[in-house]
Design a binder for this molecule. Structure first.
Ligand code: NAI
Length: 332
């Protein structure tokens, strides 16, 4: 029996997490969910968006499935998503982008995975005003941070039968920071002679991804480029409604959809559960439950292809839970 922390989250979060729970239950993988509040919904009960009981639960269970959390804009508390990544040192962000027949997009047969460094770079938050009319932000890249994300990307490629890793950088301009990242990527690549290794400057990478996405496989990038490129890749396969993600650290992992809490659909069971279902598929693979993961993924692909029991954003009129039930009906 696995014990996993479940954060239903804000807005559409409770609807889509309920749908995912039902799909996972149908696989027969025994999971005891430890439900925890976070974000806006936690403020009412605990007076904080990041209660200690939640942190304690993740510390203990080491695996969490998370619904989206609302972050107030401009004022209020800082992003809980970023706080959780920092608290548990979840340094690797996995963002797969795969085409599904039945989802409108400009390309077919795309199967890319972006591995984004999640803790360093311009996102370290070291920035300040210089007087009133200038501002400075410090880009932090370390050998340790680069080594562990590059090694993670190559190990991921090896384990998932991928053939190529492309390192994304701007080392021609940022010779110290991106230069260090690239130097480390080349060294790590030398330990994996069976995998092809390529380097791309980030601007060229964006153009290539739009022109010939089929030429790429696993991409590894520092935080900022990884953030941008992974959304670009989500756009190549039909947008955020179908974009899953995983945040992985040495001891702990949090799985979540890429999209936000879509507050206007809260409580209506209108939202598409696909991205969170696909995130739970990555979670099941992380747990070693490959058969259950394959079962869900195939059934979901069939439901999307058929197009009868899909949510509004995929051109259908099904409720989120109805789509989940259609997935269950197609499982073997
Ligand atoms: P959003 O992703 O919630 O919504 C963008 C658009 O996509 C909206 O039109 C929404 O209705 C639609 N959409 C999103 N998910 C959908 C789904 N599953 N099915 C169907 N349609 C879907 O982004 P937005 O509006 O920028 O942010 C809303 C809130 O979510 C903000 O407070 C933001 O900070 C938070 N957020 C949280 C994230 C997380 O917890 N990981 C990630 C991104 C945003």
């Amino acid at each position: 029996m696995y014990k996993i922390t479940l954060i239903p989250g804000d807005g559409i979060g409770p609807d889509i997490t309920a749908a995912v729970k039902k799909v996972i239950a149908a696989t027969g993988v025994p999971i005891e969910w430890d439900e925890q509040l976070a974000g806006e919904s936690a403020v009412e009960s605990y007076g904080t968006p990041l209660p200690e009981t939640l942190l304690e639960s993740i510390r203990k269970n080491k695996v969490a499935l998370k619904g989206p959390l609302t972050t107030p804009i401009g004022t209020g508390f800082r992003s809980i998503n970023v706080a959780l990544r920092k608290e548990f040192d979840l340094y690797a962000n996995i963002r797969p982008a795969r085409s599904y027949a039945g989802i409108r997009s400009r390309y077919e047969n795309i199967d890319l995975v972006v591995i984004r460094e999640n803790t360093e770079d311009l996102y370290a938050g070291v920035e300040h005003m210089v007087g009133e009319d200038a501002a400075e932000s410090i880009k932090i890249i370390t050998r340790k941070g680069s080594e562990r994300i590059c090694r993670f990307a190559f190990e991921y490629a090896k384990k998932n039968n991928r053939h190529k890793v492309t390192a994304v950088h701007k080392a021609n301009i940022m010779k110290c920071t991106d230069g260090l990242f690239l130097e480390v990527a080349r060294k790590v690549a030398a330990d994996y002679p069976d995998l092809e290794f390529e380097e791309r400057i980030v601007d060229n990478m964006c153009m290539q991804l739009v022109q010939k996405p089929e030429n790429y496989d696993v991409l590894v990038a520092p935080n900022l480029y990884g953030d941008i490129i992974s959304d670009l890749c989500a756009g190549l396969v039909g947008g955020l409604g179908v974009a899953p993600s995983a945040n992985i650290g040495e001891n702990c992992a949090i799985f979540e959809a890429v999209h936000g809490s879509a507050p206007k659909y809260a409580g209506l069971d209108k939202a598409n559960p696909t991205a969170l279902i696909l995130s739970s598929v990555i979670m099941l693979r992380y747990l070693g439950e490959e058969d259950a993961a394959d079962n869900i993924e195939k059934a979901l692909a069939a439901v999307i292809k058929e197009g009868k029991s899909v949510t509004y954003d995929l051109g259908g009129s099904a409720k989120g839970m109805e789509m989940a039930e259609a997935v269950i009906a197609k499982m073997s």
